[in-house]
Design a protein around this ligand. Structure first.
Ligand code: KG4
Ligand code: ZN
Length: 342
């Protein structure tokens, strides 16, 4: 089954063609047009500016991805229907609906977060090419989300915990902004952290012993600001390394606590913050130590940030289950939920 994926929920416009066979997925084409430079001047993403850029680039991207104008060879169209910025989402959703109607192909309105989960299904995400197994415990960490999700099967999710305030990526971005580093801050902070001491500053590990699987990062951001006000001469690499260590400690501790409860066959790490080397390596090592029988999966760097291959992947498994949407009535849902609490 060949799936066309369309993504426009935030500041990346993306188109992909993915071939699915059984439980395996192969990315044929994946093209992304990032708007990071466009929004840099504003220090964050401006929704209407994002939507206009999506309109400008989405048709050229279809051509660049080699999508045939008559839809030949495409079996299913999958488009991100939510969550995200409503004006941005609408661009992709209307394109998906139009192509589905024109080509008379089935349409799937995919959940963006489900896409991030399935970014760990591509070849190369697991050790020795192994596919993920159920039950799978997923840590999803991006600029907008920090969630622990239990995947009992395809399309069968339970939300174990989430952030009560800032997302992990958002904390990286806000700390970066505070010290004058450009947006997005995650890559900048992790690069500087390489030259710093992670034990230089004892930042708090918020909610690490809360007994549930929720997170909170807004206090950590404040702790960084308070420390800087009192010690303005703190070396930036030490600050970055200590902050990064605090975030990673909490993310890993909570994921391992959840793993002890649900005993997963696979542990998945996804979302933009999954590009963080310290997080990847710490979680990989902890899973290997505590659950040697479980497999660990994290996407290759090009699939950690927003892309359309992961949307096509989510669409593939929905299509396998016959869960399609009506091209006449699908609407973008900026607050779409992935799952309820168990
Ligand atoms: O998934 P994504 O591309 O967009 C959202 O859906 O939010 O995630 C972007 C986020 C940004 O907050 C960015 O700072 C963070 O991922 N990020 C990182 C790293 N690379 C990207 N955070 C920490 N370390 C990194 N190496
Ligand atoms: Zn995302």
């Amino acid at each position: 089954m060949r799936v066309l994926g369309i993504e426009s929920s935030c500041d990346e416009t993306a188109i992909a063609l993915v071939e699915g066979t059984g439980d395996r997925l192969r990315v044929e084409r994946s093209v992304i047009s990032s708007q990071i430079d466009l929004h840099k001047a504003f220090g964050g993403v401006v929704p209407e500016v994002a939507a206009r850029r999506h309109v400008d680039v989405i048709f050229p991207l279809l051509e660049e991805a080699g999508v045939p104008r008559d839809g030949a060879g495409i079996d299913v169209i999958a488009v991100t229907a939510g969550p995200g910025l409503v004006a941005a989402l609408r661009v992709g959703v209307e394109l998906g609906k139009t192509l589905a109607w024109m080509w008379n192909k089935p349409l799937v309105g995919a959940n963006h977060l489900e896409g991030h989960l399935y970014s760990t299904w591509f070849d190369g995400a697991g050790e020795e090419g192994e596919a993920s197994r159920f039950p799978a415990l997923a840590l999803l960490v991006s600029g907008g989300h920090t969630e622990l999700v239990l995947m009992r099967g395809h399309g069968d999710y339970a939300l174990l915990g989430m952030t009560r305030d800032d997302a992990a990526g958002e904390a990286f971005d806000k700390v970066a902004k505070r010290v004058g580093l450009p947006y997005p801050g995650g890559p900048q902070i992790s690069r500087l952290a390489l030259e710093g001491r992670a034990d230089a500053i004892a930042f708090p590990r918020p909610m690490i012993d809360s007994g549930d699987f929720d997170f909170s990062f807004s206090g950590l951001k404040t702790a960084v600001a308070v420390h800087l006000a009192a010690h303005p001469d703190t070396p930036l690499p030490d600050l970055c390394a200590s902050f990064q260590q605090a975030v990673v400690d909490v993310l890993v501790a909570k994921t391992m606590a959840a793993a002890r409860q649900v005993r997963p066959a696979s542990v998945l790490l996804s979302g933009g913050v999954a590009a963080n080397a310290l997080l990847r390596e710490t979680l990989r090592a902890e899973v290997a130590r505590a659950f040697p029988e479980a497999t660990f999966h994290a996407p290759s760097p090009e699939h950690t940030t927003d892309n359309a291959a992961m949307i096509a992947a989510a669409g593939y498994f929905r299509a396998q289950a016959g869960r399609f949407d009506d091209p006449m009535s699908l609407v973008a849902d900026p607050n779409m939920r992935l799952a309820a609490r168990p």
